[in-house]
Design a protein around this ligand. Structure first.
Ligand SMILES: [Zn+2]
Length: 186
């Protein structure tokens, strides 16, 4: 009896190991495939004046944070998906369609002490389909100004990243027929 229990335990361990192995084996072909191209969105920071480096940093933060979309500076003479402008108003984004629109890095908030990189990545977040989540903690990018001027976090949290991946049809979603994506991504 005692031996049987042990055997059962070992068998269970072996099943667990083989399941783990099975998962690893199933995942391997996916990783070996050529990586799916991220959707490229171009941005034009030419009108962002003194905020240009903050805008570039905001774009780079999104590129570090998500796989499904990539923000690239627009080539000279090309029309960008996203125009980024500086003005004296409150920062805002005017999305047209997902991934397209205009962002204003407003000096009103900068003058009040809000962080220019957080503003940039927040407004780009709107273009990537994220709504405001106010009030909210500093760990949330889309809590925006509600987190106060002391908050300089320019990074989306896990939920915000996942939402953008979903908006742009993450890796898994692209591999299954539309309509089944939700189930498989889950
Ligand atoms: Zn906002």
């Amino acid at each position: 009896m005692h031996v049987r229990i042990l055997t059962g335990g070992i068998a269970a361990a072996l099943v667990a190991l083989s399941l783990t192995g099975g998962q690893a084996a199933a995942a391997a072909p996916r990783a070996a495939d050529a990586p799916l191209a991220a959707r490229i969105l171009t941005y034009d920071a030419g009108g962002s004046a003194e905020f240009r480096s903050a805008v570039n940093r905001g774009a780079a933060i999104w590129n570090e944070s998500v796989d499904a979309v990539e923000l690239r500076p627009v080539a000279a003479g090309q029309r960008a998906n996203i125009r980024v402008l500086a003005d004296n108003g409150w920062p805002r984004a005017l999305p047209t369609t997902l991934g397209n629109g205009t962002v204003y890095i407003g000096r009103q908030a900068v003058d009040q002490g809000y962080d220019t990189i957080r503003i940039s990545s927040h407004e780009l977040g709107h273009i990537l389909g994220l709504p405001d989540r106010k009030p909210g903690p500093c760990s949330s990018l889309m809590s925006g100004s509600s987190a106060g001027t002391s908050c300089t976090n320019p990074y989306p949290n896990a939920a915000e990243k996942a939402e953008v991946e979903g908006n742009f049809g993450g890796v898994l979603a692209e591999r299954v027929p539309a309509g089944r994506a939700e189930v498989i991504v889950d």
